[in-house]
Design a protein around this ligand. Structure first.
Ligand SMILES: Cc1cc2nc3c(=O)[nH]c(=O)nc-3n(C[C@H](O)[C@H](O)[C@H](O)COP(=O)(O)OP(=O)(O)OC[C@H]3O[C@@H](n4cnc5c(N)ncnc54)[C@H](O)[C@@H]3O)c2cc1C
Length: 318
């Protein structure tokens, strides 16, 4: 059995900061990530968006924020593609994770749970499969293409903004208004490379003779059909997350989120939770708030596990 002081479950921005902050204070840690890549929502939902509300960074992309958080971690003991299934109490006062790991304490940074993109609910001809995307790891590789972005939330708007300088982008949304930053909608409306189809829903995908995408769009509320041709299609319908395991682990939840006290302790002694996974009055799903929760939780764990040690408050003293 592998032994660690602390397991961090989830490697979104908050799990990554929990890992580095715990290591800074001398914990030996293991971090688990269900997905292939670290970084949670910034990596998968908005890698190229400029985030403007992280203290000390006037702006930073989602990808660069995750890169910096990862650089701050000294011992890269992060196990990806590993979805924690079982947490049991051990006889020695700690926890056994999936029968393989003994840890003295746990920090849950599971966000809204392990997530998967919501699929496009249409039959996709096999010859076009490589042209339908849910995520573009290297958007700069797409140049001078006709790209349809499907969806009306922040993610769809961010992808359209990212792609529009180099491509012709068509935003297709089932409503006339978007659920995203008004300033982004204005920038896109003013771009000569962006056109809008609202309120329209994609109803059929077929290959053209040159193997491009022929997308049939149906106007919402009537039977108007329009056919448009695209090179690529980016589905930004959001992600569905699954945090059903939280209940199995015996955690007290409120509307699917973990309840914590002022020290980020859950109802199970020794298990703490931080970031988007938790709820308390006044909490908002923002990265800066999660960073502060990490510092509260790790300080409390330090005091509980190693009462003989004096917690050095500031990193200059470490
Ligand atoms: C489009 C969009 C734009 C945003 N813009 C901003 C912004 O500008 N500023 C801002 O402050 N916030 C922004 N946010 C919110 C911000 O992304 C979240 O608050 C932040 O990602 C929460 O971090 P987290 O680490 O708690 O959770 P997440 O980022 O959700 O990461 C959780 C991780 O835990 C993993 N996980 C879950 N269950 C398990 C398991 N059982 N085993 C192993 N791993 C598991 C998941 O796979 C995931 O990688 C935005 C969100 C979205 C969707």
């Amino acid at each position: 059995m592998k032994k660690y002081d602390l397991a961090i479950i989830g490697s979104g921005p908050i799990g990554l900061f929990a890992t580095s902050f715990a290591q800074l204070h001398g914990f030996n840690t293991v971090t688990f990530e269900a997905l292939e890549k670290i970084g949670g929502q910034p990596t998968y939902l908005y890698p190229n968006k400029q985030i403007k509300d992280i203290p000390a960074y006037p702006k930073i992309t989602g990808d660069n924020l995750i890169k910096n958080l990862n650089d701050q971690i000294e011992t890269k003991n992060i196990i990806s593609n590993y979805r924690v299934q079982k947490i049991n109490k051990s006889d020695q006062n700690g926890f056994i994770i999936d029968n393989d790991y003994y840890v003295k304490s746990i920090v849950l940074a599971t966000g809204l749970g392990a997530f998967q993109p919501k699929p496009l609910p249409l039959e996709i001809p096999s010859t076009l499969e490589q042209n339908i995307h849910y995520f573009l790891p290297n958007p700069q590789d797409f140049k001078n293409k006709q790209i349809a972005v499907l969806g009306g939330g922040d993610s769809a708007l961010d992808w359209a903004l990212e792609l529009s300088p180099r491509n012709k982008v068509t935003l297709i949304h089932r409503r006339t208004s978007f659920r995203g930053l008004e300033s982004n909608v204005t920038t896109l409306s003013n771009s000569k490379n962006v056109s809008f189809f609202t309120p329209f829903l994609p109803s059929k995908i077929q290959p053209t003779s040159s193997n491009k995408i022929q997308l049939t769009l149906k106007e919402v509320g009537n039977n108007n059909l329009i056919e448009k041709e695209f090179d690529d299609l980016l589905v930004a319908y959001g992600f569905k997350s699954n945090n059903t395991q939280l209940r199995k682990w015996g955690l007290q939840l409120s509307h699917g989120l973990i309840e914590v006290n002022n020290f980020m302790e859950t109802n199970i002694q020794g298990i703490y939770a931080v970031g988007d996974a938790i709820t308390y009055p006044g909490r908002a799903p923002m990265i800066g708030i999660g960073f502060g929760e990490v510092q509260i939780a790790i300080s409390k764990i330090m005091e509980t596990l190693f009462p003989e040690k004096k917690m050095t408050l500031h990193s200059t003293g470490l």
